[in-house]
Design a protein around this ligand. Structure first.
Ligand code: BES
Ligand code: ZN
Length: 622
C-alpha cells in the first residue's frame, strides 16, 4: 500500500479509537481527562487570584482562591480537591453559595474529592475559602535539620501529575490553562518564590506578590518558602538556593544563559521572560521539575564539576515541550517528555558536543531497554501512549515515554533530514503554543507538515506508536567514547586487563557506563578491588555513587558498603536513586536492613517517594 495512504488510514483509526480526544484538536472543545472531575466543557476557570498564608506550626496553607470563570453554560462549576477543608464559597455579588464536596472513591484516593459549586446565571467569579491538610500530598514541610543550611524550615510544592489539588482547589487537568496572581504570607525571615515573576530579595513584611500572565496548566502551579537567596547567572537567568549553598549552585549553573540562547537558536524565542532555577533541599523527590520561570531542582546535581547540567537543559527544554505545548492528559505524557529528551540532547550536543550528548543518549537507551525488559516486551506499559484510566498517573512515569519517545523522534530525524526536522519542530512549537496536544493530533500534523515531504520514508508509525516493546528499527545512539570503553570492558572480562587499568581521567558518564557494564557475577575480589581503587560509594558525583551502590548490592556485595548505602539513603530523597537501591537491597537478602534504613529515612522523603517505597518494601507506618 502507498505509504502516505496507509499513514492516513492509521491516523484516522487512531483518531476514531480516541474519538473523545478528537475534540481536543483545535483546543476549543472539551478535553477528556480521566484524572480530573472538572467538566471544562460546561464551566472553565480562566484566571486565579490566590491569597494564602503559610503556617509552619500547623503545617497548613490557608486562604482564598478566587477564580474568573469563562462564559458559563451550566449552573455549577467543578474543581478538583484533595484533603482540603472548604469553609465557604462566595460569588461575585458577595453572596454565599452552596457547594458539595464528594466522597473519596475507593482505590482512587489519588483523585481526591470533587468540589461542586452552585452558580447563578450571571456568575463570573467564585471565591473559595479553604485550608490544606498537614498531610497534603503536594506539600513537603521540612524541619531546619532537613535543609542544607539546617537553620530555617522549608516548604515546597510538587504539582505534577495531579497533586496541585491538594494545595489549591483547582481544575487539575493539563488540558486546562489559567493565568494567576498570588499574594503569599510567610514568616518574616523567609522568602517565597513561585512559578511566576519572583522577588529576588526578602522584604520586611513577609508578604510577597506574584504574577503569571501566561496561561499554564494546574500541574505547573508551584510555591517554595525558605531562607532563600538569589544569584544572577546572566541577563535572563539566575539561581535561588539556601544562603550558604548558593555559591556552589551558581558555579554549577554558569552555562545556563548560554543553554537558553542555544535553545532559542534551535526552536524559537523563549516565551517566559526569565529562566531561574531553585535548588531545593535534598528531599526533593525528582531530579527536576519544569515549573515555568522557575525550575525546581534537586541538590544532587551540584557535583562541583558541572557534569550533571543536562538535567537543567531538560527542564529548560520543557519551556517549549510541555509548558508551551502541553499533553492534553497523562496518557499522552510522552508528548511532554519524549520531545523534551530529544530537545535536551540536541541542546547538550550544541553546547557540549557530540561526545557528551552521545554518551547521555546511550545511557538513556540502556534505561529504556532495561525498563522494557523489566515490564516484559509484550507489556502494554512499554507502549508510547499508555492507558492510565483507573490508575494513578504517577504510574506512567517510567523511562518508556522519555526514551521511546526520544528514540522515535531521533528515528524520524535520522531517516529524513535534521535541518528540515528542526524547521518542522520550530513550527510545531509555534503552532501549538499555549495549547494542548494529543498523539493523534501530533501525528496528523507531522504527516501533513513533514512526512509528506519524504514519500520514500516509512515512519513505521504503527510499530512505534501502538506496539509494545522495542521496534526493530530502533538503533542504539552512537557514542565513540562508549564504544572504546566497551572494548576495554571486553578485555577486562577476558582477563587481559585488571581493575586498576581503568584508572583513566574518565568523565562521570564513562564511570557510570563502566559500573553498569560490570559483570553481574562480580566476585568478592573484583568488588573489593574496584571499591578500594575508586571509592565510588563515596563519590561526590551522585550518579556514580548511586550506580555503584546499586551494582554492588545487586551483585551480592551490599553488606560491605552498607554504611555508605544507608548514609546515602538517609540524606537524599530523589526517587530515581531510592527505588533501584531499595529494590536491590530487598532482592539480595538485605530486606530487614532496608526496612531499618527506610524507617529512619522516611521522614525525609516526599509523599511521591514514600508512596513508591512503602509499596516496594511493604512498609506500613505505625
Ligand atoms: N516533569 C518531570 C518530572 C515529573 C514527571 C514529575 C512526572 C512528576 C510526574 C521532569 O521534567 C523530569 O523529567 N525530571 C527527571 C529528570 C530528567 C533529566 C529526565 C527526573 O526528575 O529525574
Ligand atoms: Zn521532563
Amino acid at each position: 500500500m502507498n505509504l502516505r495512504l496507509s499513514f492516513s488510514i492509521l491516523v484516522c483509526c487512531l483518531m476514531a479509537a480516541c474519538s473523545s480526544e478528537k475534540k481536543v484538536q483545535n483546543n476549543e472543545g472539551p478535553v477528556t481527562d480521566p484524572h480530573s472531575f472538572s467538566m471544562p466543557q460546561h464551566v472553565k476557570a480562566k484566571h486565579l487570584n490566590l491569597d494564602i498564608a503559610v503556617d509552619f506550626e500547623s503545617k497548613t496553607i490557608s486562604g482564598i482562591a478566587t477564580y474568573d470563570l469563562e462564559s458559563t453554560s451550566g449552573n455549577e462549576v467543578i474543581f478538583d480537591t484533595r484533603d482540603l477543608t472548604i469553609y465557604e464559597v462566595t460569588l461575585d455579588d458577595k453572596s454565599k453559595t452552596e457547594f458539595t464536596l464528594g466522597q473519596t472513591i475507593a482505590d482512587k484516593e489519588y483523585l481526591g474529592q470533587k468540589l461542586t459549586i452552585k452558580l447563578k446565571p450571571d456568575t463570573r467569579k467564585v471565591s473559595i475559602k479553604y485550608s490544606t491538610s498537614p498531610d497534603a500530598a503536594a506539600l513537603q514541610w521540612l524541619s531546619p535539620e532537613q535543609t542544607n543550611d539546617k537553620t530555617w524550615p522549608f516548604l515546597f510544592t510538587q504539582g505534577q501529575a495531579i497533586l496541585t489539588r491538594s494545595w489549591i482547589p483547582i481544575q487539575d487537568s493539563p488540558g486546562i490553562r489559567i493565568t494567576y496572581n498570588a499574594t503569599v504570607r510567610v514568616p518574616k525571615p523567609l522568602l517565597a518564590v513561585m512559578s511566576a515573576t519572583n522577588p529576588t530579595e526578602k522584604n520586611n513584611s513577609g508578604v510577597y506578590t506574584f504574577v503569571m500572565d501566561k496561561p499554564i496548566p494546574a500541574y505547573l502551579m508551584a510555591l517554595a518558602v525558605g531562607d532563600l537567596a538569589f544569584a544572577s547567572l546572566g541577563k535572563r537567568t539566575g539561581v535561588y538556593a539556601e544562603q550558604k549553598f548558593l555559591p556552589k549552585c551558581a558555579y554549577e549553573f554558569a552555562d545556563v544563559e548560554k543553554i537558553l540562547e542555544a535553545a532559542e537558536d534551535l526552536y524559537g524565542p523563549y516565551q517566559w521572560d526569565r529562566y531561574d532555577i531553585l535548588v531545593l533541599p535534598p528531599s526533593f523527590p525528582f531530579g527536576g521539575m519544569e515549573n515555568p520561570k522557575l525550575t525546581f531542582a534537586t541538590p544532587t546535581i551540584i557535583a562541583g564539576d558541572r557534569s550533571l547540567i543536562s538535567l537543567i537543559a531538560h527542564e529548560l527544554a520543557h519551556s517549549w515541550s510541555g509548558n508551551l505545548v502541553t499533553n492534553a492528559n497523562w496518557n499522552n505524557f510522552w508528548l511532554n517528555e519524549g520531545f523534551t529528551v530529544y530537545f535536551e540532547r540536541r541542546l547538550t550536543e550544541k553546547v557540549y558536543g557530540k561526545d557528551f550528548a552521545g554518551m547521555e543518549a546511550r545511557l538513556g537507551y540502556q534505561d529504556w531497554v532495561n525498563e522494557a525488559n523489566a515490564f516484559g516486551l509484550t507489556s502494554d506499559d512499554t507502549k508510547l501512549t499508555v492507558n492510565l484510566t483507573d490508575r494513578d498517573p504517577d504510574d506512567g512515569m517510567t523511562d518508556i515515554p522519555y526514551e521511546k519517545g526520544y528514540a522515535f523522534l531521533r528515528y524520524i530525524e535520522e531517516n529524513t533530514n535534521r535541518d528540515s526536522f528542526d524547521v518542522f519542530l520550530k513550527k510545531y512549537f509555534k503552532q501549538f503554543a499555549f495549547k494542548t496536544i494529543t498523539t493523534p493530533v501530533f501525528l496528523d500534523y507531522l504527516q501533513k507538515n513533514y512526512l509528506n515531504k519524504f514519500p520514500d520514508f516509512d515512519p513505521k508509525i504503527d510499530l512505534w506508536l501502538n506496539q509494545p516493546g522495542i521496534p526493530a528499527q530502533a538503533t542504539p545512539p552512537v557514542s565513540v567514547k562508549f564504544d572504546a570503553l566497551d572494548k576495554m570492558i571486553a578485555s577486562y572480562r577476558d582477563g587481559k586487563i585488571s581493575e586498576k587499568d581503568f584508572n583513566h581521567n574518565f568523565s562521570s558518564h564513562e564511570w557510570v557506563y563502566l559500573i553498569r557494564k560490570l559483570p553481574d557475577t562480580l566476585t568478592d575480589k573484583q568488588f573489593e578491588n574496584f571499591n578500594k581503587l575508586y571509592k565510588w560509594s563515596k563519590s561526590g558525583n551522585n550518579e556514580i555513587k548511586a550506580a555503584w551502590i546499586e551494582k554492588a548490592t545487586i551483585t551480592g556485595h551490599g553488606k560491605a558498603i552498607l554504611d555508605d548505602t544507608s548514609a546515602f539513603l538517609e540524606s537524599v530523597g530523589r526517587r530515581k536513586y531510592l527505588e533501584p537501591i531499595y529494590t536491590a537491597l530487598k532482592t539480595k537478602g538485605l530486606g530487614v536492613e532496608a526496612k531499618e534504613i527506610y524507617a529512619k529515612a522516611r521522614p525525609l522523603y516526599h509523599y511521591v517517594a514514600v508512596r513508591t517505597i512503602d509499596e516496594l518494601l511493604n512498609f506500613h507506618p505505625k
